[in-house]
Ligand binder design. Structure first.
Ligand code: TXA
Ligand code: MG
Length: 315
């Protein structure tokens, strides 16, 4: 594995290379926001289309303020409460944001990750890092350095910061005048945001981004097909539907999700990879139907739904 220390990573980034960085959510594939060559390399390495915008990672609130023309009270409250942490805030972009980062949109996603090594790297560079998850387009996100290596081999230098503690990508939201729209559910929930803002006149809700086609229906997919079921799923129906879809059951590997959403989030992507490596013909995740209405599970349900080829849960 092409492992690098923080100082070597800094040199690579200064020479317009990309480097895989650890965060608390998933590993990112980073380039400096002022390196057009580096930014383009992110897209080519990931085989990612240019219409999918990148999140910009900062090491301080001061740095975040330079990226937007509209840092406001709500942004300030959210950043103070949840940064460093798994929350991406979308705000109107300032001129220092290259349109490659935002796919030409006038808005930029900003977050301060909760990982010592990455914060130190950004601080030493003095420049924010644009970074999507360090996986090929539409594939499963990496939560260990070895996952990044499996994806890109020696093509990408990696800062090994251990296992990601949250395990699914950040909550992505956009701030409007009296409204917050959550485009991607994650560890930070609407209820947690409500408790911080303490202002009932601000409407907080989940919604689809009208402008970012990055939120594809098919995403996070491991090599083996994923099927989502719950305790009410009839096994005869399961068997029939798998046959219809031509998914073989010769090596069906199953995980009944434990009751703790934090544990499931931390382990779900590793399980997808582990089962694929064990040549699963199909991966079956069984989730308790009680969790469908529980906000703590929304992020997991979102990833599982997009990763699955067949959904037999009563979602
Ligand atoms: O936890 C995370 O957010 C990880 C780590 C590395 O920080 N990053 C990550 O990046 O998940 P990525 O590129 O895999 O997903 C970013 C998604 C985009 O696909 C898009 O849906 C949304 O965030 N996004 C980013 N910028 C946006 C913008 N300006 N407007 C709307 N959506 C945006
Ligand atoms: Mg991603």
């Amino acid at each position: 594995m092409n492992k690098v220390e923080i100082n070597q990573a800094k040199i690579l980034l200064l020479s317009h290379e990309v480097v895989a960085i650890p965060t608390e959510t998933v590993y990112g594939l980073a380039a400096r926001i002022d390196s057009e060559a580096g930014l383009k390399k992110i897209f080519s390495t990931k085989e990612r289309p240019f219409f999918d915008p990148l999140i910009v990672h900062v090491s301080s609130i001061e740095m975040a303020k330079t990226l937007t023309t509209h840092w406001n009270e709500m942004a300030s409250q959210l950043a103070k409460a949840f940064w460093p942490g798994p929350l991406t805030i979308i705000l109107p972009k300032s001129d220092i944001i290259n349109p490659i980062i935002t796919s030409g949109l006038e808005f930029v996603g900003i977050r301060m990750p909760r990982h010592k090594m990455t914060l130190e790297l950004i601080e030493k560079l003095g420049t924010p890092l644009a970074a999507p998850s360090a996986n090929k387009f539409k594939k499963t996100s990496p939560t260990k350095a070895s996952h990044v290596y499996d994806e890109f081999r020696d093509e990408v230098a990696i800062i090994d910061g251990g296992d990601c503690q949250v395990g699914i990508e950040s909550t992505v939201l956009q701030i409007f005048e009296n409204e917050i729209v959550i485009y991607r559910p994650g560890d930070i929930t609407a209820q947690m945001i409500e408790e911080v803002l303490k202002d009932p006149s601000i409407k907080i809700h989940y919604g689809k981004s009208p402008v970012a086609p990055g939120q594809l229906e098919e995403h996070y997919r491991p090599k083996a097909p994923v099927v989502l079921i719950d305790e009410t799923t009839d096994l005869a129906t399961l068997s029939m539907r798998l046959k219809e879809k031509e998914i073989p059951t010769t090596n069906a590997l199953q995980w009944k999700l434990p009751d703790d959403a934090s544990i499931v989030a931390r382990e779900i992507y590793a399980k997808m990879r582990e089962f694929s490596d064990q040549q699963a013909s199909v991966i079956i995740f069984e989730m308790d139907s009680r969790f469908y209405q529980d906000e703590k599970w929304f992020g997991i349900i979102n990833r599982l739904t997009k990763a699955s080829s067949l959904n037999l849960s009563t979602l």
